[in-house]
Write a protein that binds this ligand. Structure first.
Ligand code: ZN
Length: 237
């Protein structure tokens, strides 16, 4: 597509796969990240490294990858109460959602990304949300995304298109999509450079990357990797 895109990029497995998906399709790709008082700065460090080195995998990707913007959103830290912003145990809350749920996070991210995209004249916004995710975060659902697309387009009198390439695939197929986009070198790149672990652990190297191996994010990533490895790289959906 002869157009520009903005990827909401955190440095995790999902948004890194989305970044490659966008680099494969669009003419110019910009990235946006948010510093919202995360407990661990590991993801922010990883995202920088990924942006510096992903172009080495593919010269077309290198020429398409443009500016990265990091915005500070302190309000989630001020509101508090979640395991991603403070020392709260990762467990299920009474409402059936894990304590890692940050209410409104993706809504605010999308609004901020759209405001930035508006200024840059970008129409396409990409983010790595997924309904098949174990947690059932309501702000990752397809209906939420469609409602946000309408709200942003009405509120900013624009024609933004929100793309969610991972919406209907599980973690095993997310590894499969990475392989389809960049082959084994990109899969290895994701294993080495992306970060998913809720506890910010970069000391334990697992077959699927770095992480504690026990938190829900690690468990999900490990399970996806296991299924992907068993299926082999012939799994191109
Ligand atoms: Zn972990």
């Amino acid at each position: 597509m002869n157009e520009s895109a903005l990827v909401i990029f955190s440095g995790g497995q999902d948004s890194t796969t989305c970044l490659a998906w966008a680099l494969d399709r669009f003419n110019e790709v910009m990235t946006i990240g948010f510093s919202y008082g995360q407990r661990h700065h590991v993801e922010m460090d990883c995202r920088k490294e990924i942006l510096q080195s992903i172009g080495k995998l593919n010269s077309k990707w290198a020429s398409k990858l443009k500016h990265d913007e990091v915005l500070n959103i302190g309000l989630f830290n001020e509101i508090g109460g979640t395991a991603l912003t403070e020392d709260v145990e990762i467990t299920m809350d009474k409402n059936g959602l894990p304590t890692t749920f940050v209410p409104g996070r993706n809504l605010i991210f999308l609004t901020a990304a759209a405001a930035y995209a508006y200024r840059q004249g970008i129409r396409h916004i990409i983010l790595g949300v997924c309904e098949t995710d174990f947690s059932g975060y309501p702000d990752c659902r397809d209906d939420t995304m469609k409602a946000m697309q309408i709200a942003l387009n009405l509120g900013m009198e624009s024609r933004f298109a929100i793309h969610t390439p991972l919406m209907w695939i599980d973690k095993a197929d997310t590894w499969g999509l990475a392989h389809k986009l960049g082959g084994t070198p990109f899969v290895d790149f994701i294993r080495e450079h992306t970060h998913t672990c809720y506890l910010g652990d970069r000391t334990n190297r697992q077959p699927w990357g770095y992480g504690c191996g026990k938190c829900p994010a690690c468990e999900l990533r490990a399970k996806g990797w296991e299924i992907f490895s068993e299926k082999g790289t012939s799994n191109v959906f």
